[in-house]
Design a protein around this ligand. Structure first.
Ligand SMILES: NC(=O)c1ccc[n+]([C@@H]2O[C@H](COP(=O)([O-])OP(=O)(O)OC[C@H]3O[C@@H](n4cnc5c(N)ncnc54)[C@H](O)[C@@H]3O)[C@@H](O)[C@H]2O)c1
Length: 390
């Protein structure tokens, strides 16, 4: 008999639904999974809305106080899909109570918070994972394998961008995402954190940044009038990598026509890889040599491609929700101590991304080049004069 992992989900928003869909579909695509998963309880804030969401998602129990789920003996794992200000507290409490935790990105609002979470994960026997689901796009994973195989030779450039139109309409109501206290930052936490994680996943650690940010909509509708937007709507940055590569990053929610345009390009001595989430089944590849000296579109659905054969025959493409199923499979393998190819982000990876996000904000505040904090580095400090001298 396969073990059953009881799961609590914190948050009843859009992303909580994606996780619930994933845990329900997991065994269908991964019949070799070491455990099946069962949604046991949904924790939200507003009682009526949480109850309605629990009915919709098929949760047998619900609560408007997340603390109760840690006393539930049926709960073996927590999916933390709450807003950013609820990542650290419940995740640390769950790990301390011996529950495995899959926490959404960004791991925390600040690197300081992420440090506490990573330290707790390090000390806990329970499994943990940060929800950077785009690592689980087959085309992204193929890019990583090509880079690890050295197919591009020495890497010179990384260009990453995340553009959508979610902030364009000034009538869109104020939410926790527009409040620095609750979100940590705006598009830096929400969008750029994904780009930073993919940059780390593909090219390696980012060691220094420069950045500029803009807020184009200073206030948004809120009950009783308007509330101030205290976060940035756009960021543009340069990135320096430990391997010597130079990169750029751009993220913004004021890009008409862009819906979920998470894109990167990596240029190496021997080739180039390019990806765009709006065409998520394709990887553009140029690996030098031959007569065709341009990027070719590779449809990443072959049986020997990442996750190939798990779903449909070649050419029968996958969607956004499949990344959550792939991620959940690795999480379950971590929870059960089953061997797996480590793809997903650890809490340490989440901390690394948070340190870069903090560095981007310091760089934007000071107008200076900032060395990214890390063990042994000069924690998130702007380099005096460096911006002007370069
Ligand atoms: N990996 C991805 O691609 C991706 C995509 C979207 C969002 N996210 C992340 O997921 C998290 C949630 O985002 P979302 O879009 O679902 O947000 P959302 O605003 O749609 O949902 C947040 C949920 O948390 C609940 N909540 C708020 N305060 C609470 C409290 N005190 N106790 C319990 N529940 C509470 C709300 O009721 C709501 O159901 C964020 O950290 C975000 O960065 C990740």
């Amino acid at each position: 008999m396969r073990r059953v992992l009881g799961v609590a989900v914190l948050g009843a928003g859009a992303i909580a639904r994606a996780h619930v869909v994933a845990l329900k579909r997991h065994v269908e695509a991964f019949p070799d999974a070491p455990a099946a998963s069962r949604l046991v309880v949904l924790a939200g804030r507003d009682a009526a809305r949480t109850e309605a969401a629990a009915r919709r998602l098929g949760a047998p129990r619900w609560t408007a106080d997340w603390r109760g789920i840690l006393d539930d003996p049926e709960v073996g794992a927590l999916i933390n899909a709450g807003p950013n200000d609820l990542h650290a507290g419940p995740s640390i409490a769950a790990l301390a109570a011996g529950r495995a935790v899959l926490c959404e990105k960004p791991l925390a609002r600040t690197a300081g918070e992420a440090e506490r979470m990573a330290a707790c994960a390090e000390q806990s026997a329970a499994a943990s994972m940060a929800g950077f689901n785009y690592r689980f796009v087959p085309a992204v994973l193929l890019a990583r394998r090509l880079l690890c195989d050295g197919a591009l030779g020495r890497v010179y450039h990384f260009r990453g961008r995340y553009s959508d139109d979610s902030l364009l309409d000034p009538a869109t109501p104020h939410t926790w995402r527009h409040d620095r206290g609750r979100a940590g930052s705006g598009v830096v936490a929400d969008l750029a954190s994904h780009v930073v994680d993919l940059a780390h996943f593909l090219v390696g650690p980012i060691t220094a940044v420069t950045a500029a940010v803009r807020t184009y909509t200073p206030a948004r509708p809120a009950p009783g009038g308007e509330a101030p937007v205290t976060v940035e709507d756009a960021v543009a940055a340069t990135l320096e990598f430990q391997c010597g590569a130079l990169g750029t990053l751009e993220a913004g929610g004021m890009c008409p026509g862009r819906k979920n345009f998470l894109a990167f390009e990596v240029n190496g001595r021997d080739g180039t890889l390019a990806f765009n989430l709006e065409r998520m089944n394709e990887l553009q590849v140029y690996c030098g040599g031959g007569r065709a000296r341009g990027l070719a579109d590779v449809l990443v659905t072959e049986p020997d491609h990442p996750f190939g054969g798990r779903w449909w025959p070649p050419g029968h493409v996958l969607g956004w929700e499949h990344t959550f199923v792939h991620q959940w499979d690795e999480f379950v393998r971590r929870v059960t101590g089953t061997a797996h190819e480590p793809v997903g982000a650890t809490f340490a990876d989440g901390l690394a991304a948070s340190r870069v996000c903090d560095a981007l904000l310091v760089a934007a505040d000071t107008g200076r080049r900032v060395v990214v904090a890390g063990p042994g580095s000069d924690a998130g400090k702007a380099e005096p004069g460096a911006a002007g001298e370069r």
